[in-house]
Design a protein around this ligand. Structure first.
Ligand code: NAP
Length: 238
């Protein structure tokens, strides 16, 4: 049962997968959500949800690799949430995984695109939105165990792994930068989730991953800022 006042939340990459499930669960518990998509006009599931929750869901454009769209989102937020309203929770969820990469055949395009999407994008968006984050807000960066250097025992998905490791460093740096305002910044892993990215064989249903993560995020305090944990609350080594 939800006992807190409605929170103002931004979810990136919300038109499918884990981001869409975050949006569903946040709306169901009474929060107000700005859900971003690269092409809002084609975000059918989000637009259906917007009809079910009038005035509580706004679907706005964002391409996380393009800082110009970060600035546009920052400008549009007062129209969506109301003048002077601050963001309580930013979920940097948008991400990309280039599959099929092999040692000896990795090219710069995949590496660069992964870095821009998975690491630079979340860092720069958080920076752009920082003035509109509430004191005491939370920033959740969707990382992955694949980005954990200390757990890496085989070669695989290098562009993804390198970019998520960079996101982990971005998380710790943002936690430092925003600590003066009591803003908690964490990196999380949703587990191996059944989405387009995770595939049909994945172990965890999006509903369970998101419910688990939201429960952990609700319990965060400043002592957790700059930490890395999974959807069941288990700490992950960097
Ligand atoms: N699924 C897993 O097992 C798993 C495990 C660990 C971590 N994660 C992380 O969890 C997050 C969500 O994953 P998912 O499984 O839901 O993936 P997904 O089903 O592939 O969805 C990815 C989402 O990110 C968006 N996106 C991709 N590039 C973008 C860009 N340049 N700008 C804005 N949005 C962009 C996609 O939008 P479009 O529809 O426009 O492409 C889509 O909404 C990712 O960060 C992922 O790395 C997932």
């Amino acid at each position: 049962m939800n006992t807190h006042p409605p929170r103002h939340v931004i979810v990136t990459g919300a038109n499918r997968g884990i981001g869409l499930e975050f949006t569903r669960q946040l709306l169901a518990r009474g929060d107000r959500v700005v859900a971003t998509a690269r092409e809002p006009g084609k975000a059918t599931a989000l637009n259906t949800l917007a009809g079910e929750y009038p005035g509580r869901l706004h679907v706005l454009p964002l391409d996380i690799t393009r800082p110009r769209t970060h600035a546009e989102l920052a400008r549009e937020l007062p129209l969506a949430f109301g003048d002077g309203v601050r963001i309580d929770l930013l979920i940097n969820n948008a991400g990309v995984l280039h599959s099929g990469e092999r040692f000896g055949a990795l090219d710069l395009d995949n590496l660069e695109h992964s870095f821009r999407t998975n690491a630079a994008g979340p860092y720069l968006l958080t920076q752009a939105l920082a003035p509109q984050l509430a004191d005491g807000a939370r920033v959740v960066n969707m990382s992955s165990r694949i980005g954990a250097i200390g757990l890496t025992t085989r070669f695989g998905t290098p562009s993804y792994a390198i970019s998520k490791a960079a996101l982990n460093m971005a998380t710790v740096l943002l936690a430092q930068a925003l600590s003066v305002r009591d803003i908690v910044v964490v990196a999380v892993s949703p587990g191996w989730v059944r989405t387009d990215m995770g595939g049909e064989q994945a172990e965890v249903a999006p509903e369970d991953a998101v419910a688990g993560l939201l429960a952990r995020v609700d319990d965060l305090s400043m002592s957790n800022s700059g930490s890395f944990f999974d959807w069941q609350g288990e700490p992950i080594p960097w």
